[in-house]
Ligand binder design. Structure first.
Ligand code: NAD
Ligand code: LMR
Length: 325
C-alpha cells in the first residue's frame, strides 16, 4: 500500500479549512491514488471545534484519508510532514488592509517558523495562506533557516484564478481557453494582474480587449476582489481560498500543463529586478515536484512601474517586521 503524504494544516478549525480539508481528503490535491494523512493544528480554545471537524471527516469515510491527527502542539503537527499549509491567522474585516494584520499574525509565523526549523523535514513544501501571506512567509523563512527556502511559498493562486475568471467573462470564453495569466507582486491591492502574455483559445488576449479595460477595470477588480467578498459576505473568502490552495499544491506536485504556467509567490532570486529574498508572485512552470520562475517575459513600462510599487510595499512590510526576522 502507498504510504500517505503527510500534510500539516494550521488553523484547521477555521472557515477556509472547513472546505479545504474535505477537498484534500477526497483526493483533490494529490490525486485519486495517493492516500493522505492530516496533521491538524489549532490553538487550545478551538480544539473542541477541531474535534468536530475530525468527526465530519470520519463521517465522510474517505477511502484516501489514512489518518487524522488533531493537536494544539506544533511539534506534533510538524513532525514527519511532506507538506505544511499555514492557514491559521486572523482574517481582516471590512475597511482593513491585509497589512493591518501584520503585527498580530507575524508573531504566529515567527513562533511556528521556529518549531518548523526544529522538527520539520528540511524539504517540506510550505504554502502560507494567512494574511498578509507574502510577508508571513518571509517571516517564516527567516525563522526556519534549516528548511529549503525555495519551498517556502505563499498563495497568489486565488488572485490568478480570479483574473482568469474575469478575463473569461469579458471575452466570452471558457476558463479552459485562457492560458498564461500572470499575477506579479504581493497578495494585496498593489498586486499586478497582467494579461500581456495571455492567450484565449490560442489568440492574444491583449488584442481582444481595450487597454483601458485591462488597466482601469481588470487590474483593480482582481486586486480588490478580496475586499468585495468581505463586503458582500461579512467575512473573508473561504471556499475559493481553499480551492486555490488545492490548486497551488496540485500544480507544484503534479506539474503545470505544457504551454501554460501558474502564479505562485516564491522567494525572489532577483528575477525581473525584484529584491532577492522577498516573497514575490511570479509566473512559474512546475515539473517533477519543483518550480522555475518563467524568464524573459517582455514587461512594458506600465506593468514594470506597478511591479516596482508592489516590490516597494513588500520591502516596507519586511522593514516593519525586521524584529521578527
Ligand atoms: P478563521 O478565523 O475562520 O480561521 C483561522 C483559524 O486559525 C482559527 O480557527 C484560529 O483559531 C486559528 N489559529 C489562530 N492562531 C493560530 C495558531 N497560532 N496556530 C494554529 N491555528 C491558529 O480565518 P479563515 O477565514 O480560515 O482565514 C485564515 C487566514 O487566511 C486569514 O489570515 C485570511 O485573511 C487568510 N486568507 C488568505 C487568502 C489568500 O489568498 N492568501 C485568502 C483568504 C483568506
Ligand atoms: C482574499 O483575497 O480573499 C483574502 O486575502 C482575504 C482578504 O482579506 O481579502
Amino acid at each position: 500500500m502507498t504510504a500517505p503524504v503527510r500534510i500539516a494544516v494550521t488553523g484547521a478549525a477555521g472557515q477556509i479549512c472547513y472546505s479545504m480539508l474535505f477537498r484534500i481528503a477526497a483526493g483533490g490535491m494529490f490525486g485519486p491514488n495517493q492516500p493522505v494523512a492530516l496533521q491538524l493544528l489549532e490553538i487550545t480554545p478551538a480544539m473542541g471545534v477541531l474535534n468536530a471537524v475530525k468527526m465530519e471527516l470520519d463521517d465522510c469515510a474517505f477511502p484516501l484519508l489514512a489518518e487524522t491527527i488533531c493537536t494544539d502542539d506544533p511539534k506534533t503537527a510538524f513532525s514527519n510532514i511532506d507538506v505544511a499549509l499555514f492557514v491559521g491567522a486572523k482574517p481582516r474585516g471590512p475597511g482593513m488592509e491585509r497589512s493591518d494584520l501584520l503585527v498580530d499574525n507575524g508573531k504566529i509565523f515567527s513562533s511556528l517558523g521556529k518549531v518548523m526549523n526544529e522538527v520539520a523535514n528540511p524539504d517540506v513544501k510550505v504554502c502560507v495562506v494567512g494574511n498578509p501571506a507574502n510577508t508571513n512567509a518571509y517571516i517564516l523563512k527567516a525563522n526556519a533557516p534549516n528548511l529549503n527556502p525555495r519551498n517556502i511559498t505563499a498563495l497568489t493562486r486565488l488572485d490568478h484564478n480570479r483574473a482568469i475568471s474575469q478575463l473569461a467573462e469579458k471575452v466570452g470564453a471558457g476558463v479552459p481557453d485562457i492560458q498564461k495569466m500572470v499575477i506579479w507582486g504581493n497578495h494585496s491591492t498593489t498586486q499586478v494582474p497582467d494579461i500581456t502574455h495571455c492567450n484565449v483559445g490560442g489568440k492574444s488576449a491583449a488584442g481582444m480587449v481595450d487597454q483601458a479595460w485591462a488597466r482601469d477595470e481588470f487590474i483593480p477588480t482582481v486586486a480588490k476582489r478580496g475586499a468585495a467578498v468581505i463586503d458582500a459576505r461579512g467575512s473573508s473568502s473561504a471556499a475559493s481560498a481553499g480551492n486555490a490552495v488545492v490548486d497551488h499544491m496540485a500544480s507544484w506536485i503534479n506539474g503545470t500543463p505544457e504551454g501554460d504556467w501558474v502564479s505562485m509567490s516564491v522567494p525572489s532570486d532577483g528575477s525581473y529586478g525584484i529584491q532577492e529574498g522577498l516573497i514575490y508572485s511570479y509566473p512559474v512552470v512546475c515539473k517533477n515536484g519543483d518550480y522555475e520562475i518563467v524568464q524573459g517575459l517582455a514587461v512594458d513600462d506600465f506593468i514594470a512601474g506597478k511591479m516596482k510599487e508592489s516590490e516597494a510595499e513588500l520591502r516596507e512590510e519586511a522593514d516593519a517586521v525586521a524584529a521578527m526576522t
